[in-house]
Design a protein around this ligand. Structure first.
Ligand code: PEP
Length: 255
């Protein structure tokens, strides 16, 4: 970690229920983690319940969505807007998660539109980017990531990363139990920062870059010791409050 406030985010994906929200409400002691930012992104139908049961009682824990629509309102069946997120007190949104890109065909350009609509409506976007195993084997990692980031720069400008957050999530590490090594992750995080620095040094130095991909309570500490890793986006291990709490505590002690 490099002096930026650590940021630990939970992505529940299509998991969780009322019981898990109650578990977080009863057991999650975010007040003890005053030096880090903590975010939970439950499925959208649970945003309001999570906001009121957990976040309302702990100003240290924020609530975010896993996706949003790039339009403000209208005939987009099944979609949610930034105005709706504000109404349920969600202040963050994940955009371009690899599952959205690979299963739902979201392109870098569409993801950039989602990033833009979030930012312009005061919702902080977390831009996910990462290479597949094949892309890594073909030495395409940096190209894939630069393409995702450049789509945002083209639409929103480099200064848009003053407010946004980036999550490096190698696709081969998501949900597989096979995390990137701290050195592999650091190499890519450093690349992301140096790529942004080509446009603006200050923005590059100030943006928080999270690592995501099989982070758990055992491997978190080593990841957080890396200079350019400013936190984590956690999937599976965020579904058990003690495990997620242990990851947060690791961030707090390695800040
Ligand atoms: C994710 O869903 O963003 C993720 C990183 O999942 P996991 O921690 O389960 O690999």
């Amino acid at each position: 970690m490099s002096g930026l406030k650590p940021f630990i985010a939970a992505n529940w994906k299509m998991n969780g229920n009322n019981a898990l929200i109650s578990e977080f409400a009863q057991q999650f002691d975010a007040e003890a983690l005053s030096d880090i930012d903590v975010l939970v992104c439950p499925p959208s139908v649970y945003l309001e319940r999570f906001s009121y049961q957990v976040a309302k009682h702990s100003s240290a824990i924020a609530v975010g969505a896993q996706n949003l629509n790039e339009n403000d309102s209208g005939a987009f069946t099944g979609e949610i807007s930034t105005a709706m997120l504000h109404e349920v007190n969600a202040k963050f949104v994940i955009v371009g998660h690899s599952e959205r890109r690979s299963i739902y065909g979201e392109t870098p350009e569409l993801v950039a539109k989602k990033y833009n609509v979030a930012l312009t409506n005061q919702i902080t976007p977390i831009l996910c980017t990462g290479e597949s195993e094949q892309e890594r084997d073909n030495e395409q990692t940096f190209n894939v990531i630069a393409k995702d980031i450049d789509a945002v720069i083209e639409l929103c400008g480099i200064k848009s990363f003053e407010q946004g957050i980036i999550a490096y999530e190698p696709v081969w590490a998501i949900g597989t139990g096979k995390s990137a090594t701290p050195e592999q992750a650091q190499e890519v995080h450093q690349f992301i920062r140096s790529h942004l620095a080509k446009y603006d040094d200050e923005v590059a130095a100030g943006v928080r870059i999270l690592y995501g991909g099989s982070v758990n309570e055992k491997n978190a500490a080593e990841l957080f010791k890396q200079n350019d890793i400013n936190g984590a986006l956690v999937g599976g291990a965020s579904l058990v409050s003690e495990k997620f709490m242990a990851i947060c505590q690791n961030a707090q002690s390695n800040k």
